[in-house]
Write a protein that binds this ligand. Structure first.
Ligand SMILES: CC(C)(COP(=O)(O)OP(=O)(O)OC[C@H]1O[C@@H](n2cnc3c(N)ncnc32)[C@H](O)[C@@H]1OP(=O)(O)O)[C@@H](O)C(=O)NCCC(=O)NCCS
Length: 279
């Protein structure tokens, strides 16, 4: 599928920019991962991919994995891995994924930051940006996430953003069992802590086609609402220009005596009723 419309998508938070990366930027992201995402004695990921750091081909596999998500993209199953820049510096990545979005309206998220960027609120800000895209940009009904036992930072990000506890599983990413805590937030509980700027989501129909998020019947898209508002403003402006033109003409053609009178005397009933309707 042609996923090129996704390249125009940009999310801007007060401090961050989120967008897809080029191949060179994915290599840079891989180098950031090589520099360390977590202390070696811990494993925050259910698939322990960071254990491959230092092995031959790590960077090539890393880039191929990220590019593969776009190659395998379909509206029924997609994973949007946006890269995160803070003050022009690449700091990590935030993923939003879904299967059968049109039917389920559910999304999941995953993320990481280079270790040097932890603990500055970036993880919370980038997750919030993706949730805002999911809930208000795409019309998701709920979002899920999970954290592995001991991952206090991930637990706190979810808790601060309003997720509630959901399911508990056991996983063994490194062979030893650890608990995995699933959390969930519904659209009705979501409040974005900042104004998110979303570029190129609307009215880009090809992009919506990629995400399988064309508004359902009866559901009005943000673009439709905006277009209607602009059209109403234009109509108002046209009506008021017409009214004042008519008023000038009527004033110019009225007898001297009535021109001195109130403005009501120079407006024809037709003009008045028209401006009344459009205001
Ligand atoms: C999880 C992660 C993305 C969070 O991003 P972050 O920028 O570090 O988190 P924030 O600065 O927004 O902090 C969120 C909360 O976690 C707390 N926190 C951050 N790092 C912490 C740590 N090492 N130990 C305990 N709490 C921590 C913060 O204090 C904050 O809570 P508070 O507001 O109550 O003080 C980041 O830490 C990371 O990349 N970790 C390694 C990879 C990972 O765990 N990915 C998630 C897999 S599910």
């Amino acid at each position: 599928m042609d996923t090129s419309p996704l390249r125009d998508l940009r999310l801007r938070t007060p401090r961050l920019e989120l967008r897809l990366g080029t191949r060179d930027e994915l290599v840079e992201l891989g180098r950031l991962a090589e520099g360390g995402i977590h202390p070696p004695e811990t494993m925050p990921f259910s698939v322990p991919w960071t254990d491959g750091v230092g092995e031959p081909g790590f960077l090539v596999d890393f880039v191929a994995y990220h590019e593969g998500k776009l190659d395998e993209w379909s509206p029924e199953a997609w994973a949007l891995g946006l890269l995160i820049w803070k003050d022009g510096q690449l700091v990590g990545t935030q993923e939003l994924f879904s299967t059968e979005f049109t039917r389920r309206r559910g999304v999941g998220t995953g993320s990481w930051l280079g270790q040097a960027f932890h603990g500055r609120g970036i993880g919370t800000e980038m997750r919030a940006a993706m949730l805002e895209l999911a809930f208000h940009g795409l019309g998701a009904a709920y979002a899920e996430s999970s954290w592995l036992e001991g991952n206090e930072a991930s637990r706190r990000v979810s808790a601060k953003l309003g997720y509630r506890d959901d399911v508990v599983n056991e996983l063994s990413p490194r062979g030893t069992p650890v608990m995995q805590y699933g959390v969930r937030i519904d659209r009705t509980d979501w409040r974005c802590p900042f104004n998110l700027v979303i570029e190129a989501l609307e009215p880009s129909t090809p992009l919506r086609r990629c995400l399988g998020t064309s508004p359902r019947r009866g559901e009005r898209s943000l673009a439709t609402e905006r277009e209607k508002a602009v059209s109403r403003l234009r109509q108002d402006a046209r009506a008021s220009a017409t009214a004042s033109r008519r008023s000038r003409i009527a004033s110019a053609s009225a007898p001297r005596s009535s021109r001195r009178g109130s403005s009501a005397s120079v407006s024809s009933p037709k003009t008045r009723s028209k401006s009344g309707v459009t205001r």
